[in-house]
Design a protein around this ligand. Structure first.
Ligand code: HEM
Length: 450
């Protein structure tokens, strides 16, 4: 079964120039989206880059995004990408490795638990997490933004999806996540790092957290006036795609899965959001006024956050300008032809879904951060805006992510005040394994309300 989009040629796609491996890895580690846009402009929609020791054929531009959206199920698999993570979790039920009907079955089961409305029953507590954090800050404090966002998000996601805030155990989750993502998924770290006692201990502690979550759900079932049902309750009451019961390992993987899917993606995005707000004082002032008007009318519920139109536009603009997942690795499972190049079974491909975000045919002056572009009522063609990637594996938590972006930023604007230590500071993107503003990105607290 071969698909042809253009006249096939037998030539191999061009490589990015420079020293093999070194130039690619340095650029992919620093600002992968800038490098992929450069490749698209200089070499066209298909070219080769290395990440770690793997060579990928990149497919970039709107046609590539649409191919991913429409054809992924038929021609591509993500088993190679996420299979190692599934093995670490002793399950074959990880959403990211499933395809076809079993994948649809599991997505349907998990959709309510990962939706925006799943925040609803916990809205006061989620605002409380941000408020408590903001009020712990003193004027003059410098905040390490990325780490702070990771801690906030870990607690918020844990609470919403499983009813438990991991608290200090968030460090174990992060240690597991960082090793498993860099070794098993993007494969840029050597496997020997997973033999370190500290990583094995973190993994054991994370599994213990998973067991504790299951125990809570078994001993304290949802009831009127008590615990509200969440995704774990939904999954415990459901069956595998083959009709059999989920194993205990499947359930533990579901209990810790939200951290794996949500922490790095959302905390990188939120850290960029803090940067874009702090970097643009006019945006800060307008967003702050909007948030104050909302909170002055009384403690908002989940739907009230929809009134934050400008803050929402700023969040969308952050996702456009600084997408935390600007590329999507896949493996070819059936041959196809794209833009004149043949793709054989087994080829490692990378869909550069973020490249369209920085093309001036879709977003004039694309490097400029401008929330206004999302308030005009005009949207770019479908497939251009793709911060959650496209196709059957598009982010299931996108609604929850955008809800948490708004709540967290609104809470920070309401309960504290911050600025860049130096107004001329320009973000330096780091990738580990996803692009983020780096550990060194800080903002200064300038005043906290009495
Ligand atoms: C701004 C924040 C986020 C971004 C940019 C993002 C991005 C993505 C991307 C690109 C994928 C596809 C990965 C692939 O197939 O290679 C994905 C999948 C997924 N995300 Fe997110 N994500 C975010 C937040 C979240 C949150 C907060 C959750 C839930 C707690 C979540 C849950 C999921 C799930 C369950 C999948 C698997 C979907 C599937 O394989 O069918 N995400 N996300």
């Amino acid at each position: 079964m071969t698909r042809t989009l253009d006249i096939p040629t037998s030539t191999r796609p061009p490589r990015m120039p420079g020293i093999p491996y070194l130039t690619d890895n340095v650029n992919m580690l620093n600002d992968p989206l800038r490098y992929l846009v450069q490749g698209y402009r200089e070499l066209g929609p298909v070219f080769r880059v290395c990440m770690g020791f793997t060579e990928y054929t990149v497919l970039a531009g709107l046609e590539a995004n649409l191919f991913l959206q429409r054809e992924a199920e038929q021609y591509l698999t993500s088993e190679t990408l996420f299979g190692g993570m599934a093995r670490q979790l002793n399950t074959d039920m990880l959403l990211t490795v499933l395809d076809g009907e079993p994948h649809r079955h599991m997505r349907k089961l998990m959709r309510p638990g990962f939706s925006r409305s799943a925040i609803g029953p916990h809205i006061d507590k989620v605002i409380g997490i941000v408020r408590e954090y903001a009020e712990s800050l003193k004027p003059g404090d410098e905040i390490a933004v990325f780490d702070s966002m990771r801690r906030l998000i870990c607690n918020a996601i844990g609470l919403i999806t499983t009813g438990i805030k991991p608290g200090d155990r968030y460090q174990d989750v992060l240690t597991f996540l960082s090793g498993a993502m860099n070794v098993e998924v993007v494969k840029v770290w050597p496997r020997v790092l997973l033999s370190r006692p500290s990583w094995k201990q973190a993994k054991a502690n994370m599994f213990a957290l998973g067991k504790e979550i299951l125990e809570l759900h078994r001993t304290d079932p949802p009831r009127e006036g008590g615990r509200t049902p969440d995704m774990i309750d939904d999954l415990m009451a459901a069956v595998r795609p083959d009709g059999g019961p989920f194993t205990e390992d499947d359930l533990i993987a579901f209990a810790v899965g939200p951290y794996i899917a949500g922490i790095d993606t959302l905390s990188s995005t939120l850290a960029f959001f803090v940067y874009t707000i702090a970097k643009h004082p006019a945006v800060y002032a307008r967003a702050k006024a909007e948030v104050d008007a909302l909170f002055d009318a009384g403690m908002p519920d989940l739907n009230d956050f929809r009134k934050l139109e400008f803050l929402h536009a700023a969040a969308i603009e952050t996702l456009r300008r600084y997408p935390a997942t600007p590329f999507t690795p896949r493996t070819v499972k059936h041959p196809f032809t794209f833009a004149g190049y043949d793709f054989a079974v087994g080829t490692e491909v990378m869909f550069a879904n973020g490249v369209t975000h920085l093309l001036d045919e879709y977003y004039p002056d694309p490097l400029t951060f401008d929330p206004e572009r999302h308030l005009t009522g005009e949207a770019p063609p479908p497939g251009v805006f793709a911060p959650y990637t496209l196709g059957p594996h598009t982010c299931l938590g996108a609604g929850m992510a955008e809800g948490l972006m708004l709540i967290t930023m609104a809470g920070l604007l309401r309960y504290t005040a911050f600025e860049l230590p130096n107004p001329d500071y320009t973000v330096k993107i780091r990738t580990m394994p996803l692009p983020n503003p780096g550990q060194s990105f800080r903002v200064k607290v300038v005043n906290t309300p009495a």
